[in-house]
Design a protein around this ligand. Structure first.
Ligand code: BDR
Ligand code: CA
Length: 317
């Protein structure tokens, strides 16, 4: 019998989050059992609305959506004009179908707790926004850690950042939460940093071809204009990074990315490096915890995998 991996996505949609949710919905290796929302690319209200609408587009109104944190754990979030447009989806959230249901009555941490309690096999959690909900979960319910098979976290930059010179958006958005999850907790964790996700960027031609595969894919690609425009400048060519979908690819097909174990820390000081991931790449360092950091992949193979799965949207449901 084909045994699927239960999967929960903690998300702040977000254009690349939309691609990540779609990949999960289109992948038979995983069973998407829950989605939790967090502030991040846009306000919690918008990320939650976007998550509900995206799941409706994907034919997955059966997946409960738990509303999570509206702000970071400790320090207020500085305002950042987003790469994802005014509504988080390049101004095209209104093109998505209206959800036929509301959010779950349980908040994110309660939903995560109950889904973990009920699971009959290890659950993979993929946080693709600020780590606030996950830090709260691990702090409040440490006894559930053995129920988490793996965290696959999109976040951090090993050689630089995208918000500041050294900090990547998800870690920078709540450094204290990121430190709790990535440094202090003993849950098996794979970190998918922006160094790799940027190298996995897809081209405008790739998106055009994807849009031709189905109405669902066309709608998904229709959410990209503002984000694509930002990345065009950032990359210097006509394409965009689908950061969060790369993390989901690793959750769906473990080992599709190549990980190396390093000790890490998160800079929580109020200096120029606040929110930076600090990766100790010295050899033979004796550290209590290491993270598997994915620094490499077969880039063309990964893009082909994403295209194959997203190109089957609306077919396999
Ligand atoms: C991360 O930040 C967000 O803008 C994206 O959705 C992704 O999760 C990349 O740095
Ligand atoms: Ca995200």
């Amino acid at each position: 019998m084909h045994v699927t991996t239960p999967l929960i996505i903690d998300t702040d949609p977000g254009v690349d989050d939309a691609f990540a949710l779609a990949l999960a919905a289109a992948s038979p290796e995983v069973e998407l059992i829950g989605v939790t929302t967090v502030f991040g690319n846009v306000s919690l209200e918008n990320t939650t609305r976007n998550a509900l609408r995206l799941l409706t587009l994907l034919g997955r109104d059966d997946v409960p959506v738990g509303v999570g944190a509206a702000r970071p754990l400790v320090h207020p979030h500085p305002h950042l004009s987003s790469a994802h447009g005014s509504d988080g989806l390049s101004g095209f959230a209104h093109t998505l179908p209206e959800p036929t249901r509301d959010v779950d009555g349980r908040d994110a941490v309660t939903l995560l707790r109950e889904l973990l309690e009920q699971a009959d096999r290890p659950v993979t959690i993929v946080p693709i926004g600020p780590l606030t909900n996950i830090a709260l979960l691990l702090a409040a319910h440490p006894h559930l850690k053995p129920k988490i098979g793996r965290l696959v976290v999109m976040g951090g930059g090993v050689t630089g950042g995208n918000v500041t010179a050294t900090a990547e958006f998800n870690v920078w958005s709540d450094p204290e939460a990121a430190r709790r999850v990535l440094v202090e907790e003993d849950v098996p964790t794979t970190l998918v940093p922006m160094d790799l996700t940027r190298r996995c960027a897809v081209s405008a031609e790739w998106l055009d071809a994807l849009a031709k595969t189905s109405e669902v894919a066309k709608t998904l690609v229709g959410l990209t204009p503002d984000y694509l425009a930002t990345y065009r400048k950032f990359l210097g060519w006509d394409g965009m990074a689908v950061h969060d979908a790369v993390a989901v690819a690793e959750a769906v097909r473990p080992g599709i990315l190549t990980a190396t174990a390093f000790p890490v820390d998160v800079d929580c000081a109020f200096g120029p490096n606040r929110g930076a991931l600090v990766v100790d790449q010295r050899l033979e360092v004796d550290a209590p915890k290491t993270l598997g950091i994915t620094l490499d992949a077969d880039l063309d193979g990964l893009r082909a995998f994403l295209f194959d799965r997203l190109g089957a949207l609306g077919v396999r449901q």
